[in-house]
Ligand binder design. Structure first.
Ligand code: B1M
Length: 220
């Protein structure tokens, strides 16, 4: 059953059908499917496929927008269960999160926020297109342990570097750690801009954040 369900999830995103996507998400939960597995094996495969179609000119921006809406509708249904499944036992630390200046992609960043929050981190989500000054101001205001910057565009990755430079200029690092992620980001880029860590996906982001707080299961 799950394979057919994952296939239908993929298709609902490619079709840009939020109602179907939400229904399938509900069906998954009713069948005891892990919500993160539903994202990773179903809905995220669909959005990646849609992105590839867009990249090679087979899909246009309004279609991609519809796919993104369908993705959000599915995640909205799955999110409460993800939060419920999280441990939330101890306060792990404070993380200021946002998407880099000029970048409005937030599906992945929101997933990272949900997973980190479900696992006990206190998340201050600044949303999308966040300037370095806004990251610094929030980090100071809440006395953050970690600042996380997501970027999906090759052009906005420079915004991640700008945030790290701003944290340095304001004397916040090395106490405040800077982590980055997003489809276009690589560990090479992270090393190049002096980030304290990089992760490929939301689960790795959790492990990374825990390691940086000295509460992980592996070395950072
Ligand atoms: Co856009 N877009 N988009 N887009 N879009 C990409 C990124 C692109 C690769 C598509 C393509 O051409 N194939 C391409 C970028 C090319 C490049 O720069 N190399 C692109 C483009 C060009 C654009 C526009 C410029 C299009 C235009 O207007 N002509 C425009 C830019 C707008 C802007 O930001 N200024 C644009 C717009 C949009 C939509 C609005 C339609 C929509 C976004 C909706 C939204 O987010 N609210 C959209 C979408 C949906 C995508 C794709 C298809 C999917 C992104 C996504 O949600 N993935 C994307 C193609 C792709 O990535 N394959 C694409 C699912 C999500 C779960 O994964 O975001 O990677 P992801 O997040 C993962 C990990 O990366 C990681 O964990 C997450 C969960 O596992 N992660 C972190 C993310 N952030 C992290 C932070 C961390 C740690 C891990 O620590 C802080």
């Amino acid at each position: 059953m799950p394979d057919t369900l994952f296939g239908a999830m993929l298709q609902s995103i490619v079709d840009g059908a939020p109602d179907t996507a939400a229904e399938l998400a509900q069906q998954a939960l009713a069948n005891g499917v892990d919500p993160l597995e539903a994202v990773n094996r179903g809905f995220a495969v669909g959005i990646t496929f849609a992105g590839d179609q867009f990249g090679c000119g087979e899909m246009f921006l309004p279609d991609l927008l519809a796919s993104a809406e369908a993705m959000k509708a599915a995640i909205k249904v799955l999110e409460p269960e993800m939060l419920k499944r999280g441990s939330r036992r101890e306060a792990l630390g404070k993380i200021v999160l946002g998407t880099a200046r000029g970048d409005i992609h937030d599906i992945g960043k929101n997933l990272v926020a949900t997973i980190l929050s479900a696992s006990g981190f206190q998340i201050f989500d600044l949303g999308t297109s966040v300037t370095p000054e806004q990251f610094v101001a929030k980090a100071k205001e809440v006395d953050a342990d970690i600042v996380g910057v997501s970027a999906l565009l090759t052009t906005t990755m420079a915004g991640q570097k700008a945030v790290i430079e701003a944290l340095d200029r304001n004397g916040l690092r090395p106490r405040v750690k800077a982590i980055i992620g997003g489809a276009a980001v690589t560990s090479k880029w992270a090393a190049e801009i002096g980030a304290d860590g990089y992760s490929r996906n939301a689960i790795d982001a959790l492990e990374l954040a825990k390691n940086l707080m000295g509460k992980g299961t592996a070395l950072a």
